[in-house]
Design a binder for this molecule. Structure first.
Ligand SMILES: NC(=O)c1ccc[n+]([C@@H]2O[C@H](COP(=O)([O-])OP(=O)(O)OC[C@H]3O[C@@H](n4cnc5c(N)ncnc54)[C@H](OP(=O)(O)O)[C@@H]3O)[C@@H](O)[C@H]2O)c1
Length: 278
């Protein structure tokens, strides 16, 4: 079991870069004041890691919030992603420059291939390797990659992906994928860890929340960390941003971890990475 005791604790990626175990996601957070407020509240609450993407169309606001927060750049860990229509070698390099200019940053911490676009993702990966070798990004990774996509990349990449960000929550525990990532030194990261709010009434989780004196969201997020999975819940409400990060003063027992593992139904709320068409 992974021991994680504070919001500042980090996992060490396969290239030695430290990545916070916990961060804020900003999918569906509106560009402008909404994203600026959310990111600033998170940084104020001690968050170091922010997860955006070109397709979220809020990179400018994320960059603005970082400036306004006044925290030294090197203390933060910023992730963005190349969108599907921009995949390919030259187009990825151009998309990266555009994201960086919107974010207003000199370097990025983590750049991800957002989805495994068939026939494109390998060329895209070559572009990420180039950005990494040029020192423009500290770590590179993928998102929504299944085991076969990872095997395909690992077969002939020069630089191994450091992270795989995938849908992960108690209804989709991704056991095989998680084992594969661990065996290959790829850090798994959970998107939609709260199943976009759908799990908050689940009776087993409600019972555990009462037992530990925590909220259901906190129980789920703690389960992520104890399984060795980085987590990035989204909220635009200040009290929830604070609540979600307050998960470092308790530990789920092995038995209770198993109870949550048993909730798995291999059920997605997002698209299937083998069937998406966007
Ligand atoms: N790589 C990918 O393809 C991909 C796909 C999806 C998401 N992501 C990333 O993962 C992040 C998280 O996923 P997500 O945004 O889809 O969903 P999520 O974090 O599972 O859930 C967010 C929803 O839960 C609510 N919520 C948050 N904290 C809560 C709490 N303590 N109590 C009750 N409700 C709470 C939020 O509402 P309020 O905002 O109103 O609080 C929002 O409706 C995204 O923001 C994005 O950065 C990546």
């Amino acid at each position: 079991m992974t021991t994680i005791n504070s919001l500042q604790d980090t996992t060490v990626l396969n290239n030695g870069v430290k990545m916070p175990w916990f961060g804020l996601g900003v999918f569906k957070v509106e560009e402008g004041q909404e994203v600026i407020d959310s990111v600033k509240w998170a940084i104020e609450a001690g968050y170091k890691s922010i997860d955006t993407a070109a397709i979220y169309k809020n990179e400018e606001g994320v960059g603005q919030a970082i400036k306004e927060a006044g925290v030294p750049r090197e203390e933060l860990f910023i992730t963005t992603k190349v969108w599907n229509k921009d995949q390919g070698y030259e187009s990825t390099l151009a998309a990266f420059d555009e994201s960086m200019s919107k974010l207003g940053l000199e370097y990025l911490d983590l750049y991800l291939v957002h989805w495994p676009v068939k026939g494109k993702y390998k060329e895209t990966w070559l572009a990420l390797e180039k950005l990494y070798k040029d020192g423009k990004v500290k770590a590179i990774g993928v998102s929504n990659f299944q085991i076969h996509h990872l095997e395909d990349i690992l077969a002939d990449c020069e630089i191994k992906p450091m992270v795989n960000q995938v849908e992960y929550h108690p209804r989709l525990a991704q056991k095989e994928l998680l084992s594969f990532c661990k065996e290959n030194g790829i850090q798994m990261e959970a998107w939609s860890p709260l199943m976009q709010g759908e799990l908050l009434d689940e009776p087993t989780l409600v019972e555990l929340a009462e037992k530990y004196g925590k909220s259901v969201a906190q129980i789920i997020l703690r389960w992520d960390l104890q399984n060795g999975v980085v987590t990035i819940p989204k909220s635009i409400k200040q009290h929830r941003i604070v609540e979600n990060a307050d998960i470092f003063d308790f530990e789920l027992s092995v038995k209770d971890m198993e109870k949550i593992n048993d909730l798995n139904e291999d059920r997605r709320i997002g698209p299937d990475p083998d069937k998406f068409d966007f």
